[in-house]
Design a protein around this ligand. Structure first.
Ligand code: BGC
Length: 520
């Protein structure tokens, strides 16, 4: 027996209920403020689909797309909106976020989680201002890139902040608040688009893009008042400060057990010189690495962003008018917010696995239903001129069930699970891998969806359903339960797992087991 697993769980026995403490108002307020970081991400997801369906916006920045749509007399609904330039406007943000998440890793580790959030908010604010003032497509793209950098920093630092700051038995609840803010951001963006599209003079898109600055200001202001996490303070040698903070956030004097675990994790972390080299080379990090790649990959391959980005376009494709399309996007947005609350209530009670598995099955059923409905009506030619009302309503209902399945499973847990499984020494690097993979596949889905709809037709929904089957099986066999396990004790879930335990018998490169045991 050896390696990280032994050392970590050996610190104070295997009973996680030994951390005393209560849920203080201070920690609740702090966590709510930090979760606001999700707003900027959500607002971006929701805003671009609606803006790109506003005619004055298209006419100004994408005249060729605008004229093509005007002149299009074909009845093939599947291919109506296929334009690479237009999708690049949506997806460029995610490429920028991908690159930024790697820089954010260093900043988050060296200067703390709070500074990364603040920096992300600032860059995001500049991006929003440039976008609102855009007179040329280059300003739009520069603005989008800055927004992407902001999202990269926020998504790298906020989930870590929430997972480290929360009491371990409320970690699910508070981390899911990040997702709740994402969904609120999406919904608000959809509502704004709905109203701003009606503004006379056709400049409503400026408001849609510019109001992204509001969540940015909220984050900047709240990060001034946030304290850093005890884990990050200890990691940066500020132990006394961390102790005082821990007493304050847990509301008790006796924080020794938790503090000693953080200290021991920090001492383990010091044995690791280069987190990047370690996460990729050391066998004992293999389970964590696999999760940091596969979870965001699977989250995006649920196909959720087809709905989030293109709901208005998709609803138009199946024959809704402009107004009805934007309204249906608002309906799915409301379901997204409400269903996320289920996860807030149950992630720590039922556990992550139950939600992952139930959500997977639910998404699968309703994706197949949507494929069957669209296939039955549009066939492979996509030639349809009129659709009955009952059909449209049925499609929207199925999409709502699918969105709800995602919203209480892979949506929130896709951010929660990776943020709680990394050991301190690779936590920041691991989270960057998670964000980068997520952003890459968000980019890819955004970029290729309209083209895929044109070629794969209703089969596109079957394509995503296939991945939902894979991810549900993966979860069943390979994802251990993490609820109620203190974050600095997490290594034991791998050590106890039928498959991953084979990777846990070697110490971290350069680590010395004696040093670890002495820390107990
Ligand atoms: C995902 C986003 C998605 C959103 C929908 C998030 O967890 O990362 O890509 O658009 O959920 O609510």
């Amino acid at each position: 027996m050896g390696g990280v697993g032994f050392a970590v769980s050996g610190r104070r026995g295997d009973d996680p209920t030994q951390y005393p403490g209560k849920l203080t108002w201070y920690v609740v307020m702090t966590l709510m403020a930090a979760a606001m970081g999700g707003l900027i991400f959500g607002y971006d997801i929701g805003i671009s689909g609606g803006v790109t369906s506003m005619a004055p916006f298209l006419e100004k920045f994408f005249p060729s797309v605008y004229h093509n749509q005007m002149d299009d007399t074909s009845t093939n609904q599947y291919c109506k909106f296929d334009s690479q330039i237009l999708t690049l406007f949506t997806s460029s943000l995610y490429l920028a976020a991908l690159v930024a998440s790697f820089f954010a890793s260093t900043m988050t580790k060296k200067f703390g989680r709070r500074k990364s959030m603040m920096f992300g908010g600032l860059i995001f604010l500049v991006g929003a201002i440039i976008n609102a003032a855009a007179v040329h497509i280059s300003m739009l793209i520069i603005g989008r890139v800055l927004l992407g950098i902001g999202v990269g920093f926020a998504n790298q630092s906020v989930p870590l902040y929430l997972s480290e700051m929360s009491p371990y038995n409320y970690r699910g609840t508070f981390n899911v608040c990040f997702q709740l803010m994402i969904t609120i951001g999406i919904l608000v963006a959809n509502l704004f688009n709905y109203f701003f599209a009606k503004i006379e003079g056709g400049w409503g898109w400026r408001l849609s893009l510019g109001l992204a600055g509001v969540p940015a200001i909220i984050i900047i202001i709240s990060s001034f008042f946030l304290s850093d996490t005890p884990n990050s303070l200890v990691d940066r040698g500020r132990e006394e400060e961390a102790k005082t903070l821990l007493k304050r956030i847990r509301g008790v004097e006796n924080i020794d057990a938790e503090f000693n675990d953080i200290l021991a994790a920090r001492n383990d972390a010091r044995l690791v010189q280069n987190p990047w080299q370690n996460i990729f080379r050391s066998r004992c990090y293999r389970p964590q690495l696999v999760m940091s790649i596969l979870i965001p990959f699977f989250q995006q391959l649920t196909g959720i962003n087809v709905i989030m980005f293109y709901a208005p376009v998709l609803f138009k494709t199946i024959g809704f008018g402009s107004d009805a399309s934007l309204m249906s996007a608002v309906i799915t947005g409301v379901i997204n917010v409400l269903a996320t609350c289920v996860s807030i209530g149950f992630a720590d009670r039922w556990g992550r696995r139950t939600l992952f598995l139930e959500g997977g099955v639910q998404m699968l059923i309703f994706q197949i239903a949507v494929a069957a409905l669209i296939g039955a009506k549009f066939g492979v030619t996509g030639d349809v001129t009129e659709l009955p009302k009952w059909f449209a309503i049925l499609v929207v209902i199925c999409i709502c069930f699918y969105v709800a399945g995602f919203a209480w499973s892979w949506g929130p847990l896709g951010w929660l699970y990776p943020s709680e499984i990394f050991s301190l020494e690779i936590r920041s690097a691991g989270q960057s891998v998670n964000v980068a993979v997520n952003m890459f596949f968000t980019f890819l889905v955004a970029q290729v969806f309209l083209g895929m709809l044109c070629t794969m037709k209703f089969g596109l929904f079957i394509f995503f359903a296939f991945f939902v089957v894979l991810m549900t099986l993966f979860c069943y066999f390979f994802m251990p339960e993490t609820k109620n396990i203190p974050i600095e004790e997490m290594t034991r879930v791998w050590r106890d797992h039928w498959f991953w335990k084979r990777f846990m018998d070697q110490p971290v490169t350069g680590a010395n087991e004696m040093t670890r045991i002495e820390l107990v």
